[in-house]
Design a binder for this molecule. Sequence first.
Ligand code: SAM
Length: 228
Amino acid sequence: MKNNIKNMFDSICNEYDFINDIITFRMHRIWKNDIKKLVHVLKPKKILDVATGTADIAIALNDVNDCKIIGIDISSKMLEVGNKKLKNLNSNHNTILELGNAEKLKYVDNFFDVITIGYGVRNFINLKKSLDEIYRVLKFDGSLIILETSTPSNYIFKSIYLIYTKFYVRLIGWIFSKNFFAYSYLQHSASKFPCGVDFINILKSSGFKAISSNVKFFGASTIYIAKK
Ligand SMILES: C[S@@+](CC[C@H](N)C(=O)[O-])C[C@H]1O[C@@H](n2cnc3c(N)ncnc32)[C@H](O)[C@@H]1O
């Protein structure tokens, strides 16, 4: 199963950023920028971006002063695209990307000031194990910031959103990546993944506290902020 997820992201790595722009009407960039603003206030020295993919968030955090950023992912091909983007940055960067699985992090306990995850958690095969690991490597009073797809609670928006994801996301994914399976999976996982209070309860069960959430675009995505 882990290999299926890895292979799927390997196979769409080159089109991933472009398709993300189309299916979110570039709004994912605004939401990733919201994460950046939240992180800046925290003035961290060590950040882990889990499921970094093509490293959008790790790159956005590059201008946090005097801070080391590590991005990890199970897909070497997504990381290759991320590394190309890092090389093209005009500025020096403090970011390294490495292979790593959220379920078994190689870092010592209480190591990171901030951990970010963008559209990653719903792909974790063992969500509980991954969140427990993330909790372990986060410092006490450190912050976990998660951006994930969610489902609008309003009936009308929910209906529009479900039609949009079911048809538009699959069609765009298929046209540009030629990988119908990948974008069917991504649509399906987005519609099934727990959001709002349900996800907050999952975070609580791994020990996180002071959890707040901030709904984006009528509930199409949500940013969760939690403390250890
Ligand atoms: C939808 S992409 C998100 C990429 C990026 N964070 C973003 O916001 O655009 C999900 C990523 O999660 C990675 N992933 C899935 N399971 C993982 C795991 N257990 N550990 C680390 N990365 C994982 C995939 O390889 C993929 O690159």
